[in-house]
Design a protein around this ligand. Structure first.
Ligand SMILES: CC(C)(COP(=O)(O)OP(=O)(O)OC[C@H]1O[C@@H](n2cnc3c(N)ncnc32)[C@H](O)[C@@H]1OP(=O)(O)O)[C@@H](O)C(=O)NCCC(=O)NCCS
Length: 146
């Protein structure tokens, strides 16, 4: 099996949008990703198994600080540790760019995602009340400081 991560490209967007729609109640649209691909202070990666795109994750950054979002794995490929491989690549990419701190929000009930981020060293530093819609839910605010 071949496993690789690479930078998100416009030709990946059909698959990325499919995964996005299967993963979130308020999925991003193609235009949202197109805008991000253009921005120099953003980097989005995808993960491929045997050349088939199965997940995506990205961050925007501002100096030392990176804001991680849109971490999603195709439902058929979950539970195999692929998100960790992808997030490790994302963090390594950030460190090369001088990003030393990463933050993100995650639904408090989202156990796989909370476990994923904890396993990477993210620590909860607070709760943002009613941060999410559809359904309304608190966000766990996590930080990783390298
Ligand atoms: C969150 C997500 C990216 C994780 O991807 P994944 O590759 O399937 O992750 P894994 O299966 O390797 O699991 C990550 C951790 O959660 C644990 N886990 C998996 N399913 C679980 C469940 N139902 N309950 C509790 N823990 C669970 C795993 O054991 C693992 O923890 P460990 O490293 O301590 O063993 C994936 O579930 C997903 O795309 N979800 C929908 C989108 C989403 O919620 N994104 C995050 C937004 S903040």
């Amino acid at each position: 099996m071949k496993l690789e991560t690479k930078k998100l490209e416009p030709s990946d967007l059909d698959r990325v949008c499919e995964i996005e729609e299967a993963s979130f109640s308020m999925p991003w649209k193609r235009e949202d990703f197109e805008d991000l691909i253009e921005r120099t202070e953003a980097n989005y990666l995808v993960i491929l198994v045997d050349d088939y795109l199965i997940g995506t994750a990205g961050y925007t950054y501002n100096g030392f600080e990176g804001y991680v979002n849109n971490v999603a794995i195709d439902p058929s490929y979950r539970g195999k540790g692929y998100s960790k491989v992808l997030m490790e690549a994302l963090i390594e990419d950030g460190l090369k760019k001088g990003v030393k701190e990463f933050t993100l929000e995650v639904r408090v009930s989202n156990l796989p995602a909370n476990r994923l981020y904890e396993s990477l060293g993210f620590v909860s530093e607070g709760i943002r009340k009613n941060f999410y819609e559809k359904p309304t839910e608190d966000a766990n605010v996590m930080w990783l400081r390298k």
